[in-house]
Design a protein around this ligand. Structure first.
Ligand code: PGA
Length: 251
């Protein structure tokens, strides 16, 4: 059975006390959400251990937003997968378009990161998505397919059980412009086919594929009603507990 997931990517927002408060509010309200919907929050690194504490006893899982491509040692400023796991994370987001765009994250680096995350028993929320220029040139299917092939095809069908794919068109992130349900569905269906062709029909059927990009309470229902959209990766709207929970109630 495919899992429904709503994950909040807090990006570089909130101080530690603000983050704890937000996590507590999400944890408290999470009891209202359907049991079948998994909830995840991804605060900044500095918040992880205290947010883990705030989430204790709730259904809300903890994710990092990134991890290092090495296990330990002289890599100033980096955070390794074992550190994340020991802080209470059970997931990490990888390959977010902001990491690819502003920090030069390449497919090669992502292969290393996915490998390390899976080896540390972290679930991976692997982000893909085209930019506006690529969409306008009609290249979105090709771009997203390549992002998946270049990284996830290095892994096994067994590994894929711990991978969630998040489709996030760059032109929809933080812009208020959401992909229409039709636009999102057609690319989600394409992603599922790419996964099926490589890893088999069952892996594809079981894979959770999230939509991200200006997803909010007012559009979540329509998006989540699509057969291949299994939840959302939420940025801006995840910074308000009420909005985040309202999105999780949209199934
Ligand atoms: P947004 O961000 O919901 O603010 O558009 C989504 C994301 O980048 O994960």
């Amino acid at each position: 059975m495919r899992k429904h997931i709503v994950a909040g990517n807090w990006k570089m927002n909130t101080t530690v006390p603000e983050g704890i408060e937000l996590a507590k509010a999400v944890a408290a309200k999470s009891v209202e959400t359907p049991e079948s919907v998994g909830l995840i929050v991804a605060p900044p690194f500095t918040h992880l251990a205290s947010v883990a504490e705030a989430l204790k006893g709730s259904k809300v899982a903890l994710s990092a937003q990134n991890c290092a491509d090495h296990t330990k040692g002289a890599y100033t400023g980096e955070v390794a997968v074992d550190m994340l796991a020991s802080a209470g994370c059970t997931y990490t987001i990888l390959g977010h378009s902001e990491r690819r765009q502003y920090y030069g994250e390449t497919d090669q680096t992502l292969v290393e990161k996915v490998k390390l995350a899976l080896a540390a028993n972290l679930g991976v929320i692997f982000c893909v998505g085209e930019n506006l220029e690529q969409r306008e040139a009609g290249k979105h299917f090709e771009v997203v397919t390549d992002q998946i092939k270049n990284v996830l095809f290095q892994f096994s069908a067994e590994d894929m059980k711990n991978v969630v794919i998040a489709y996030e068109p760059v032109w929809a992130i933080g812009t208020g412009k959401t992909a229409s349900a039709e636009q999102a569905q057609e690319i989600h269906a394409c992603i599922r086919k790419v996964v099926a062709d490589q890893f088999g029909a069952q892996v594809a059927e079981d894979m959770t594929i999230l939509y991200g990009g200006s997803c909010k309470p007012s559009n979540a229902k329509e998006l989540f009603a699509c057969p291949d959209i299994d939840g959302g990766l939420i940025g801006g709207a995840a910074l308000k507990a009420d909005d985040f929970i309202a999105i999780a109630m949209s199934f």
